[in-house]
Design a protein around this ligand. Structure first.
Ligand code: HEC
Ligand code: HEC
Ligand code: HEC
Ligand code: HEC
Ligand code: HEC
Ligand code: HEC
Ligand code: HEC
Ligand code: HEC
Ligand code: HEC
Ligand code: HEC
Length: 300
């Protein structure tokens, strides 16, 4: 059923927005041209399932306007010399705040909207649901690691450059996603991590590093980022700095031999041969902790 132009309704009061009378059909009349063909991918996704009454296209729902807000003014015939009133939620002239836009999504997506979203860094800095999600694509960009990482890195440029470093988690090639470690809708944990703290997060994949060890190395149990940069670095093993400097940032001369560094903390021009190859790790092979009865010095 197509609706004739004569039946368009225009809301008289612009302050008091009204929904269009005929919904999507009316929208598509003007928005189904070739240059807007990409919009039709909506109908391949979960938002246009007529049989699902929770969907914007389910029985009794507001269709396009469930997300875009009331378009009663926008669909109407326009007075000569005046511009077409914009849709309230999306588009360059849209006039709703990000919070108002997000409200459209969270009326249906209560979980994403309420548990940790309010007060999260993304909510506080006015990142919109639609900055990450795109309802007009066949596959939401967040549902694939490659497209997800690309969207996140559009805003997070320092993480993008770290992911390009020589030693990094395989994020660059989409074998891992930012959301493997982060909860984009917010979490009660630092840096919106999915787990209670950094170490719990790392243990989910690197279980072998979880203690307790007979001989623990204090900084490991405390925080993996004491030595590792989770987004990538130019030092082997994603270390924050190269050994021996890494080790010497905490261990001074008093640890048996003042190797590689002078009493003033400057590089030693005549370093001990203890620093050949992997330096400290030549002997202290068990930097993450040892379970050997005589592994006190993390050497076995
Ligand atoms: C599930 C929510 C949702 C539904 C349903 C929806 N849209 Fe959208 N639409 C969006 C979002 C989100 C954007 C993107 C805003 C942005 O670019 O940040 C958008 C963008 C648009 C744009 C402008 C951007 C472009 O690419 O041209 C038009 C026009 C549009 N939608 C029309 C429609 C029409 C017509 C319908 C109904 C057939 C519809 N939308 C249904 C969420 C929705
Ligand atoms: C009579 C034709 C007509 C109808 C009906 C119509 N639109 Fe539009 N719409 C336009 C035109 C023309 C523009 C672009 C003009 C402008 O930029 O203000 C536009 C712009 C938009 C935009 C902003 C697009 C952008 O690229 O920024 C959105 C979103 C939108 N319409 C959604 C809808 C929705 C949803 C409906 C149904 C409720 C609808 N339109 C019905 C003609 C129409
Ligand atoms: C009228 C209710 C309604 C509105 C409004 C709505 N959604 Fe949905 N959305 C749904 C339903 C229903 C599903 C399918 C859920 C399922 O199958 O469990 C869905 C699925 C999704 C998914 C999963 C996508 C996928 O491919 O599986 C995302 C992401 C999403 N919506 C984001 C949004 C965003 C962003 C907005 C606002 C622009 C929005 N939704 C507005 C009802 C809605
Ligand atoms: C910073 C980017 C980002 C923002 C902002 C964002 N999301 Fe998501 N969303 C994601 C990612 C990533 C996933 C996939 C999560 C996963 O793989 O576990 C997702 C998944 C979803 C899903 C699918 C079901 C689920 O929870 O896995 C829905 C629905 C959804 N988001 C709705 C929303 C709504 C509503 C908002 C706004 C309040 C929003 N999102 C804001 C990134 C984002
Ligand atoms: C539209 C821009 C934008 C997009 C897209 C975006 N973010 Fe953010 N993100 C921000 C802003 C703004 C902040 C808060 C300020 C800051 O920390 O830079 C933030 C903060 C964060 C934080 C720090 C939280 C904290 O408590 O310190 C994490 C982690 C994060 N984002 C992860 C992600 C992930 C993962 C994605 C993709 C799923 C993503 N972001 C997509 C803009 C964005
Ligand atoms: C292997 C797990 C992991 C992955 C994958 C990961 N992160 Fe992180 N991210 C962390 C940890 C752990 C922290 C907190 C420690 C820190 O600040 O280095 C963090 C912190 C952040 C912060 C806050 C930084 C700050 O200085 O406050 C942002 C923003 C962020 N990550 C964005 C991203 C983005 C974007 C991606 C995807 C490109 C991503 N992360 C992938 C583990 C990860
Ligand atoms: C979602 C799973 C996952 C999580 C969570 C995770 N990693 Fe990884 N990690 C990997 C994978 C996959 C590799 C690559 C293994 C390979 O290339 O063989 C890797 C490799 C590494 C490497 C070796 C890099 C190299 O160049 O040899 C280090 C170091 C590392 N991770 C540290 C961490 C730290 C620290 C954390 C917590 C902030 C963490 N990982 C969290 C999956 C994970
Ligand atoms: C005191 C510094 C330090 C801390 C803290 C630390 N690491 Fe490491 N890690 C290293 C060094 C040094 C290497 C390189 C070892 C080598 O070259 O033999 C390494 C290598 C790795 C590797 C790759 C090689 C392997 O052994 O699998 C992974 C994975 C790893 N660390 C995970 C972790 C996790 C997870 C944590 C937190 C529980 C952590 N590290 C805490 C120093 C540290
Ligand atoms: C962030 C600081 C920090 C870094 C970096 C660090 N350590 Fe440690 N290390 C400690 C602390 C704290 C202890 C516990 C000292 C104590 O119990 O007296 C320790 C203990 C040790 C011990 C055992 C000493 C003993 O008596 O049990 C060895 C061996 C050791 N570290 C070697 C290394 C090596 C090798 C590196 C470089 C890969 C390194 N450490 C990097 C802080 C650090
Ligand atoms: C040639 C092997 C070797 C190399 C290389 C080496 N160590 Fe050791 N280190 C040892 C042995 C063996 C002990 C145990 C001494 C003992 O039990 O009294 C030890 C003990 C330590 C201790 C514990 C000292 C204490 O008070 O009990 C620390 C800390 C330490 N080393 C740090 C380092 C650092 C940092 C480097 C690199 C700059 C390094 N080691 C390089 C063999 C080595």
């Amino acid at each position: 059923m197509l609706i004739g132009a004569s039946s368009w309704v225009q809301s008289a009061d612009e302050e008091n927005l009204e929904y269009s009378s005929y919904g999507a059909q009316q929208c598509l009349w003007c928005h189904s041209g070739a240059e807007q063909a990409h919009l039709m991918d909506l109908f391949e996704g979960p938002h246009a399932v007529r049989a699902d009454e929770r969907s914007p296209f389910g029985e009794g729902q507001l269709q396009c306007e469930a997300c875009h807000g009331p378009g009663g003014d926008h669909v109407g015939p326009i007075v000569a010399g005046r511009e077409r009133p914009p849709m309230p939620a999306y588009g360059p002239n849209a006039f709703w705040t990000v919070d108002q836009q997000n409200d459209m999504c969270t009326t249906c997506h209560l979980d994403q909207g309420h548990s940790f979203w309010d007060g999260s860094e993304h909510q506080r800095f006015e990142v919109g649901c639609a900055d990450c999600h795109n309802s007009h694509e066949q596959r939401d960009p967040m549902s694939l690691a490659t497209s997800q990482n690309a969207v996140c890195m559009d805003c997070h440029i320092s993480q993008r450059s770290q992911a390009q470093h020589a030693y990094a988690h395989p994020v660059r090639h989409g074998e891992m996603a930012c959301a493997d470690c982060h909860a984009p809708h917010g979490s009660p944990n630092e840096a919106m991590l999915t787990d209670l703290n950094v170490n719990q997060n790392c243990y989910t994949c690197h279980a072998d590093k979880r203690g307790p060890h007979l001989w623990e190395h204090a900084p490991v149990a405390e925080d993996c980022t004491n030595c590792h940069q989770p987004h990538g670095s130019n030092h082997p093993g994603m270390l924050t700095r190269r050994a021996p400097l890494l080790c010497q940032s905490c261990h001074g001369r008093e640890s048996h031999v003042g190797i590689g560094i002078t009493a003033d903390g400057l590089p030693d021009n005549n370093p001990s041969n203890l620093l050949l190859m992997d330096s400290c790790m030549n002997c202290h092979t068990q930097v993450h902790g040892s379970n050997h009865p005589s592994g006190r010095a993390l050497a076995r």
